[in-house]
Design a binder for this molecule. Structure first.
Ligand SMILES: Nc1nc2c(ncn2[C@@H]2O[C@H](COP(=O)(O)OP(=O)(O)OP(=O)(O)O)[C@@H](O)[C@H]2O)c(=O)[nH]1
Ligand SMILES: [Mg+2]
Length: 321
């Protein structure tokens, strides 16, 4: 019996399963960069997941997302849960992390609470930040974290990405009137499961709540449970317990009504479709027989649209109608 040397991914998996943080960090880098082996890694861990609760936190720059997340994370950690924090940063590739100063300072106090924190850019990853975030959350889930918080960083288009990868999404706003407008424009009204008006120590918070509730009253009933609007002051740790309670109440309700399973199912199906698309594209790009067939068809004077339609039919032939 000849022993095959373990591949790099197998070695990584071994460290991962042994609970080594270094292996987790390397695994996340692998999916972040969309490196070779990330597919193999994810297929090997996927089946172990599904236990972590994924909370997305998004909102306009400076609203206090990080401040709120810190208090929430520490609260959950104190309750004995393993907490991981993933900061989705669409800009870090450009700024070199210069904007992350605050985050790094906070991370030190998070570390003291045993919270794993990591930021993530979309650089190179297939399917962009949403896909990378979803895969990283799966890794954290499989690693044994009970709470995975996905937080967006600064200015960017990560809001919708975060919602796509989360079980529940918290949208953080402030009493500043511009926030409501910005949230609407960014499509945050649609992705929010819970609104937090942070900086409620500043004037105008109550007014902001009324405005939001006014907008929310226009939602069709088919859009699911109406997101509650809570006031808090994360900086003063005032009202955060209520935010945590509201989140957990919504989790329980979602789980019981089957909404969590439905959402996760939709997410898994969308992911399979995306991977199928990517897989086909990759394979088609390196298929000399296809090139020859296309060349001949074009030489016969067939329109490109016709050639493409015929090939699509053949590729999908196995699925019937
Ligand atoms: N007055 C007041 N200030 C707050 C509160 N929460 C956060 N801040 C301040 O608001 C600023 C931005 O807070 P962050 O938590 O970094 O906000 P963020 O949404 O994570 O910001 P980006 O990641 O840059 O988008 C900081 O100076 C905080 O100290 C609050 O409840 N009240
Ligand atoms: Mg932040």
């Amino acid at each position: 019996l000849v022993e095959r040397p373990a591949s790099a991914v197998e070695e990584l998996l071994e460290g991962f399963r042994a609970g080594r943080i270094g292996a987790l960090a390397r695994a996340i880098s692998l999916v972040e960069n969309g490196s070779e082996g990330s597919g193999e890694l994810l297929s090997a861990i996927d089946a172990r997941g599904g236990k972590a609760w994924r909370t997305g936190v998004t909102g306009p720059p400076g609203a206090g997302k990080s401040t709120l997340v810190d208090v929430l994370a520490k609260r959950w950690a104190r309750a004995g849960r393993r907490v991981a924090l993933l900061c989705l940063d669409p800009t870090s590739a450009l700024t070199g992390g210069a904007l992350l100063g605050d985050r790094v300072r906070m991370d030190r106090s998070l570390q003291e609470h045993g919270v794993f924190a990591r930021s993530m850019a979309s650089r190179g990853s297939l399917g962009g930040l949403a896909a990378a975030a979803g895969s990283a959350a799966d890794l954290l889930d499989a690693f044994g974290f009970a709470e995975v918080i996905l937080e967006t960083v600064g200015v960017g288009q990560a809001d919708v990405d975060v919602a796509a990868a989360a079980d529940l999404t918290v949208v953080v706003l402030t009493p500043s009137s511009g926030d409501g407008v910005q949230a609407m424009k960014a499509g945050l009204m649609e992705v929010a499961d819970l609104f937090v008006v942070n900086k409620a120590d500043l004037p105008g918070a109550e007014r902001m709540r009324e405005d939001l509730e006014g907008m929310l009253s226009l939602r069709p009933a088919s859009a699911g449970p109406c997101p509650p609007v809570l006031l808090c002051s994360a900086l003063h740790e005032d009202g955060v317990a209520e935010v945590a309670d509201a989140l957990e109440a919504r989790r329980d309700a979602d789980r019981e009504a089957g909404r969590t399973a439905a959402r996760r199912g939709r997410r898994a199906r969308a992911r399979v479709r995306r991977l199928v698309g990517e897989g086909l594209r990759e394979r088609l790009a390196a298929l000399p027989a296809l090139d020859r067939e296309v060349e001949e068809a074009l030489r016969r004077g067939e329109r490109p649209e016709r050639v493409a339609a015929r090939i699509v039919e053949r590729v999908l032939g196995g699925f019937g109608e």
